[in-house]
Design a protein around this ligand. Structure first.
Ligand code: FES
Ligand SMILES: [Fe+2]
Length: 362
């Protein structure tokens, strides 16, 4: 395990961007205590359905707002009022913006300084995503969304919760430039390869014969910011989108989720379609697990001995550093990098391979 400082990513310890903090269905069980970016947060769904994320600790005496299961206000299901939440200790009420708007038995206005930070949160594709920015402020870009998520012919994912790994996000994102690992690690040596940087988006296009699937595999994979990977993949008659999400828990520790959505054979989803989609997700997870096992046991690559047989790792690392730098410097990094990068010994994807991404980035 190594830290952001050791990778020399920039002044921040944690990157800015959209990150998964829970699967939406987890909130059906009530408010959650979550920890990311070396901080504790209170996460809950208000009565309106809106999901709210606040700093965890009550300003009165430091109680964690969502870590009590035995306080009577929690047991009686009275903690949530509208989109506000009451502290389980003395009942101070925090609204969705984080302000204290009621202190039991205290007439008059509540102190403004008692407020907590409320973080931007979105519910996207069955995931709760938060915008984290070490400098604070509003989101600089939107989280990704697949149109197919709303198509009644597509089977939605149920996420694999892969837990916490002692690995820095840098090592996970290195995979995007890593043309040379696709043969040894995945049994699918790539026959074409390309990376592209578009501001906060990092794209990989590749394809080749896949040993386990016994057919050609074509993929277009992209990060939207530092924590959310989506990959459109086609092999044989299978089409699927894979999600791999990593969120820093502490410096050098990442929490990881995985899922796939796949289309039904007919106009409506049958049990057989669901079973098929789960099987595709399990197959993709198996492939991903090969990366995982390597990451788990490797020493950190604080420096890469880059060869002509490698993809543009160092450019990928520069792209990643934009999320650790001051906002004022992001534009410079993006301007330096934006464009397509080709591997010295592999051709770029042809028009047929590029068909896979028609409409993806519009
Ligand atoms: S500690 Fe939260 S209301 Fe007292
Ligand atoms: Fe990989």
């Amino acid at each position: 395990m190594a830290t952001s400082k050791e990778y020399r990513l920039g002044p921040a310890t944690f990157p800015r961007g959209w990150f998964i903090v829970a699967e939406a269905s987890e909130l059906d069980r009530g408010p959650m205590a979550v920890r990311y970016f070396g901080q504790d947060f209170a996460l809950y769904r208000g009565a309106s359905g809106k999901v709210i994320m606040l700093d965890a600790y009550c300003t009165h005496m430091g109680t964690h707002l969502t870590a009590s299961s035995s306080a009577m206000i929690v047991q009686n299901n009275q903690q949530i009022e509208g989109d506000s939440i009451r502290c389980p200790y003395h009942g101070w009420r925090f609204n969705a913006a984080g302000a204290v708007d009621d202190i039991p038995n205290l007439p008059g206005p509540c102190p403004k300084v008692a407020g907590l930070t409320s973080y931007p949160v979105r519910e996207v594709m069955g995931c709760i995503m938060m915008w984290f920015d070490p400098e604070g402020g509003e989101p600089l870009f939107e989280p990704p969304f697949l149109q197919e998520w709303d198509n009644p012919r597509w089977v939605r994912w149920q996420l694999d919760h892969l837990g916490e790994l002692n690995i820095h996000g840098q090592e996970i994102i290195d995979n995007m430039a890593d043309a040379a690992h696709l043969g040894p690690t995945h049994g699918a040596p790539c026959e074409w390869f390309e990376n592209e940087f578009r501001d906060h988006i990092y794209i990989q296009r590749q394809g080749g014969y896949h040993q386990a699937y016994d057919c050609m595999l074509t993929t277009t994979t992209w990060y939207t910011g530092p924590g959310l990977l989506l990959s459109k993949q086609q092999f044989g008659d299978v089409l699927t989108y894979e999600l791999i999400a990593n969120t820093p828990v502490d410096d050098g520790v990442s929490k990881v989720w995985h899922g796939c959505i796949s289309p039904a054979a007919g106009e409506t989803i049958t049990d057989a379609d669901i079973a098929n989609a789960r099987e595709i997700q399990a197959g993709a997870l198996q492939a991903f697990s090969a990366d995982f096992e390597i990451w788990k046991h490797k020493r950190p690559a604080l420096r890469v001995m880059q060869m002509a047989s490698d993809g543009p790792f160092l450019k990928g690392r520069k792209w990643f550093s934009q999320f650790y730098t001051e906002k004022s410097k992001i534009g410079d990094i993006q301007q330096q990098l934006n464009g397509n990068y080709h591997h010295q010994h592999l051709p770029a994807p042809d028009d047929k391979a590029r068909q896979l991404e028609v409409g993806l980035f519009d």
